[in-house]
Structure formats: C-alpha cells, structure tokens
Design a protein. Structure first.
Lengths: 218, 438
C-alpha cells in the first residue's frame, strides 16, 4: 500500500535488563494505516504500547525494521531531521497532557507550531476545541478536560498526517474522557488526519470501529 | 513564538534565582565600571591640570607633595623657598616665566593662593568676568619688609624687649580672582569681600583674618582643573596678614627677606628642562619636580590598588557565573519533562542547548546592563568623596569603551556558564521523561 500514512515492517525493540538479559518489548511484523484511518491499539499495561508510539514518532529508534510515515523511513533520518519531520508530520497527544506550565493555552499551541513551521491558525483551532474563552489561561487555571483540549489543538496545529494519542482519556473522568475522545475523533475526521490511539480502556475501544491488539501485530 | 520568548518564560518561572544571580552579575559589573570610570576620570583630570606646568620648584622634600600642593591645591606645602630664587629664575634666559605661589589660608575649604599677575597670562587662564588683581614688585618688596618687621616684633615680644615702632608701608588693595567652582559653590560675586581662615583646610578652631578682607575683582572661566577650586590673591596682600611673617629668625642685612611656597616654571624650550632640573636639585635651597612625571608615578601607585579592586570585581563576576551555572544546572532536574515535551514537539537537541545557553547569557546581559547603570550611580555617589579628597569630580554619565568590553565579557561569561547545564539538557532522555507521573 504505497499511499499508507503509517507503515511498520519487522520492527523490533528490546531493552537490556539489570541482570544483563535482553527483554523484547516490541515485535511488529507488518502494520499499515491509510489516510483518515482511526484505530485503537490495545494492550495491557506494560505491554509496550507507549514504546510503539515513541518508535512511530521517531523519539525512539527500533533495533531493527522500518518505520515509514508519509512515505519516509524515519529510522534512516539523522536525529535533527527526524525531529523536524516529527514536528511537521506527527501530532502527539499524551495521557498527562504534557503542557508547558509557564505558557498560556495559546502559547502552548504556538509552541507546537514554532517547531513544525506550521501555518495553521492557533486561535481558530482553540476555538474549535471549545476554548475561545481560555486562550490566555495557563494550564494550572484550566480543568483537566480543558488541558487535554489544548493538547489536542497543539497536536493538530501543523496539520499532521498522523496523530498519535497515548491514553488521552487516562487522566480524565468518564464524562470528560468521552467528550475529549469524541472531539479528537471529530477533528481528525474533519482534517483527514490518521489517528492511532493506544488504550487499555474497553470504554474507549467501543468508540472505534477498528481495534487492534498489540499481540496481533507480531 | 520564538526562542527568546521561551527563554524569557523560563527566566520568569525561576524569577527568584534569575533575580539573585542577575544581581550578583550586576554587582560585579557595577564595581568594575565604577573603578574604571573613576580611575580614568581622575587620571584625565590630573593630567589636564598639569598642562602648562612644565616644572615646579619648592622646598626640598617629597616631589609628589610639592606637585600636589602647587598644581592640585592638595596636601600641605613642604616648606618655603627664598624669593631671590624667583628673581634668579625670572632673570634666567632659558625661563619664559617663573610664577611664585604662597599658600596657607582657606575660604570655606577652598585654598587661597598668593601669586602675581603673571599667573593667568602664563598658564592661559581666562576671566569669565571682572579683571585681574593688581600686584606690583614694589608692593611685594614692601610687603616682605612688613612681614620681616612683624617677625622681628614678635621675636622681641617673646624676648621681653620693647618692640620697635613699625614703619608706615604702602598697601595695594587686597584683591582676589576666584575659580569657577568657588564662585558656584560659595555664591561669591565680583565686588564682594571675603575673609580668609588660617590653614589650608577647614578647622573649627582656625583663626580668621578679619582685618584683611579681600575684594573679588574677577571670576575665572571654568578650566576643569584644580584652578577652579582656588582663590588667587595678589601675593603682596598675602604678606600683610599677621602670622604670614615668613622667617622666625631673619638674618642680619638680608637684602631680601621674602619667601614663597613654590614656583611654577614655563621654559623657552623643552631642552632646558633637564639642565634646570639638575641645577636646582644639585643646589641646597630648593627642589625641582616635573608635574607630569609625578602624576604618572602617582597613578602607577593608584594603578596597583585599582588592579586589586578590579581583580576582586572579576572574582565576584566569576562567582556570579558559577552561581548561574549551578542554579540553571540544578533546575534541569525539574525541567527534564519540559525539555522532553519540547523535543517531542520537534525541538532539536541543538535548539534545547541554545535555549539554556541563551538563558544564562540573558541573565548575564541583563545583570551587566543593570551593573553599568549601577556603576554610574556609584560614580555619582562617589563624586562627593572624590571632591573632598582630590578636589575633582568625574562626569558620571560619560561612557567608557571599557564598559562595552565589560558587557561583552559578561555575555561571554554567561555563555560559558550556560554550557554545563545546556549539555545536561542536550542529553535529556525524551521517552522516559514523557511518561505520566503518578
């Protein structure tokens, strides 16, 4: 599938344990996502879901295999180019929001824009996620649901082909979680962003037509 | 959004540490600027004051004391020299002018200097208003005789003999031309009179010469030298004052009983300087000194002191640099998550390194700018003390090129201080610092 937004082939990642043995964390045979796909990747805690997202984002490098995003094998890019590529092509939403506390909602979104050289309208995006009245508030002044909305706006500000979401509702209550999840799916649908969300929450899985277990990727 | 905004935000988040480390840099810079400024300013003033004074002659002793007393109106006179030497030098073909000075009184702390009309003409001092005082050689000789009689009268009184009746003497009017600073600070104007106090410095017990008031005939234009702080009177009037009789035990048949504190020479050619210098110093009655040489020697001594002070200021600067490095380095533990977030958003390692170095540079640069302002403030405050000690002040608002170097040095220090913490930031593991905290 040449038009795949994400393509993983024979990806391996292991860590050396304290006793010197190697622990295989990720073993993926073949996995692809097309433009506009929305998929929930599930697995138990500690199964390597976050590690896989970090490999796809180019934050970690696999021991072996190919990770192609938008047709570029990011494992072959030098680190600086990989960073730049990530900023422009991959949006990342974290469980713990990972907003910079000293910056306002708008500044957090513009920070994402700065590294990706994006031209999107940060204010419009924040309005779209329902934060028109919270542009100049710092994260501490926002509710957890609002913080995650800022994180979603930041992830989308460079109009990335691929959005990675690492348990984005994990820190939210059920009502907020559902609202954030629907928002994320909605904006990804509207922008034809491919969404890969990892979760271990069955309630989240129910929102996705396609759910893949990590073990099935081997 | 840009790197500088990120740096500013980081600094604001660590406002206390940023302020304290910035203050330590400012302190070091302020000290350095003040030392450089005061030293340069004073040296300039001193050198400016020696212009025209090619050689000074006075009683044997310290040449520096003689120069300080004659040219800068500082310190006390090392003693007196005979008037005959003035006449001898005035008759010397190699000498263009020999201007005598006599000191010993003050008006509200400003020195009163007895001299002749040649003073203004020889050294090119212009009057802002009024005219020069009148001083004739006849009046001066008469004054010397009167001083001698006063002296003999006092000795006779001490011995219990009946004093001889003093002869009648012709007196020129007691007149004065005052320096620009004296006029400004005392409010004295042309036509007004003033009364001198005995001694070259203000003393609550000083005797006032109430029977000898001087009338101001002129005010000098500002010169930026010690002359601005002097009151120049006709030399003959100096010897009319009781207590200014110049010898304790006049020699019999002394054709010229007069004495003066010093003589300033202007030569017809610089080639005569060393022969005259040697002749005077080989003799027994006086000593010659070159003001420019003595000022250089003085600042060579002062230079050692200011080098020590500068070394201290640099040391404070280095300590401030270390404090900045430690402060930012320690904050890296708290900032690992932020760095990881920036990296996840696409910031390169080099960008993170630059942010941290820029933060250290910004603290140092802000400290340096505040320090330059503080240094000038110190100069303003120090001017009162400088005036008291030297009679000079330093222009507090002029900028020295050295100040730019100090600022540049501070920025370099900041860059150096930022390298350690920046390296730690550069090596931050992204994946492990992005994980949720429990």
């Amino acid at each position: 599938m040449n038009d795949a937004v994400l393509s993983l082939r024979e990806v391996r990642k292991s860590y050396r344990e304290a006793d010197g043995n190697r622990l295989d964390v990720i073993q993926v045979g073949q996995f692809e996502l097309a433009a506009g796909d929305q998929i929930a990747l599930v697995g138990s805690s500690g199964s390597g879901k976050s590690t896989l997202l970090n490999l796809i984002a180019g934050i970690l490098l696999p021991d072996a295999g190919v990770v192609c995003v938008n047709g570029t094998d990011i494992t072959q890019l030098p680190e600086a180019k990989r960073d730049r590529f990530r900023a422009g092509n991959i949006g990342y939403v974290f469980q713990s929001f990972n907003l910079l506390q000293g910056f306002t909602a708008l500044e957090n979104v513009r920070l994402g824009q700065m590294f990706g050289n994006g031209t999107g309208d940060a204010v419009e995006l924040l309005k779209k996620v329902g934060l028109a009245h919270r542009l100049h508030h710092k994260p501490r002044a926002l509710s957890v649901g609002e913080q995650q909305r800022v994180a979603i706006a930041r992830a989308l500000v460079n109009a990335p082909a691929l959005v990675l979401a690492d348990e984005p509702t994990g820190s939210l209550d059920a009502a907020n979680g559902t609202a954030v999840l629907e928002l994320l799916r909605q904006v990804c649908t509207e922008g034809r962003h491919t969404l890969l969300m990892v979760t271990h929450d069955p309630a989240v899985m129910r929102h996705f037509e396609r759910v893949v277990r990590l073990e099935e990727l081997r | 959004m840009n790197l500088f905004k990120i740096v500013t935000k980081n600094m604001r988040q660590r406002a206390l540490a940023t302020t304290l480390t910035g203050i330590s840099v400012a302190l070091a810079v302020a000290l350095t600027v003040a030392i450089v400024h005061i030293k340069r300013g004073m040296q300039q003033r001193f050198e400016q004051s020696t212009l025209g004074y090619e050689m000074v002659i006075g009683a044997k002793g310290s040449p520096l004391q003689l120069v300080l007393n004659t040219v800068f109106n500082l310190d006390i006179s090392p003693g007196n020299i005979p008037w005959t030497l003035v006449e001898k030098l005035q008759a010397d073909r190699r000498v263009k002018a020999a201007v005598p000075f006599s000191v010993g009184d003050n008006y509200r702390g400003f020195r009163i200097i007895g001299t002749t009309g040649a003073f203004g003409e020889t050294f090119g001092y212009k009057l802002a208003e009024g005219r020069w005082f009148t001083c004739s050689i006849e009046a001066l000789r008469d004054a010397f005789k009167e001083a001698l009689e006063h002296s003999q009268e006092r000795i006779a009184k001490e011995k219990g003999d009946a004093p001889a009746k003093p002869a009648a003497h012709h007196h020129n009017a007691a007149e004065a031309v005052i320096g620009a600073t004296v006029a400004q600070e005392t409010g004295l104007r042309v036509g007004q009179k003033f009364i001198a106090a005995h001694g070259v410095e203000v003393s609550p017990n000083a005797e006032e010469h109430t029977d000898n008031p001087w009338t101001i005939t002129g005010i000098l234009a500002p010169t930026g030298t010690a002359v601005d702080r002097g009151l120049y009177i006709n030399l003959d009037s100096f010897y009319h004052i009781e207590g200014h009789e110049v010898r304790d035990a006049p020699k019999d048949n002394d054709p010229d009983p007069g004495q003066v504190s010093a003589i300033a020479l202007k030569l017809r050619s610089p080639i005569h300087a060393f022969p005259i210098y040697r002749e005077i110093n080989d003799g027994e009655e006086a000593m010659a000194a070159f003001p420019a040489v003595e000022v250089r020697k003085l600042f060579a001594i002062v230079g050692n002191i200011d080098r020590i002070l500068l070394a201290q200021a640099i040391l404070i600067g280095l300590v401030a640099g270390v404090a900045i490095a430690v402060s930012i380095y320690n904050s890296m533990s708290e900032r690992r998550r932020e760095i990881a977030i920036l990296r996840a958003l696409g910031a390169r390692r080099g960008t993170i390194f630059a942010i941290v170095v820029l933060e250290a540079v910004a603290i140092c640069a802000a400290g340096a700018v505040a320090g330059v302002a503080g240094g000038h403030l110190i100069v303003m405050v120090a001017n009162a003390a400088l005036r008291h000690v030297s009679g000079f002040t330093v222009a507090p608002l002029t900028m020295e090129v050295a100040e730019l170097w100090v600022v540049a040095g501070s920025v370099a220090l900041g860059a150096l201080a930022g390298i350690g913490p920046a390296w730690r930031a550069y090596r931050t593991e992204v994946a492990e610092n992005l994980a949720p905290t429990s």
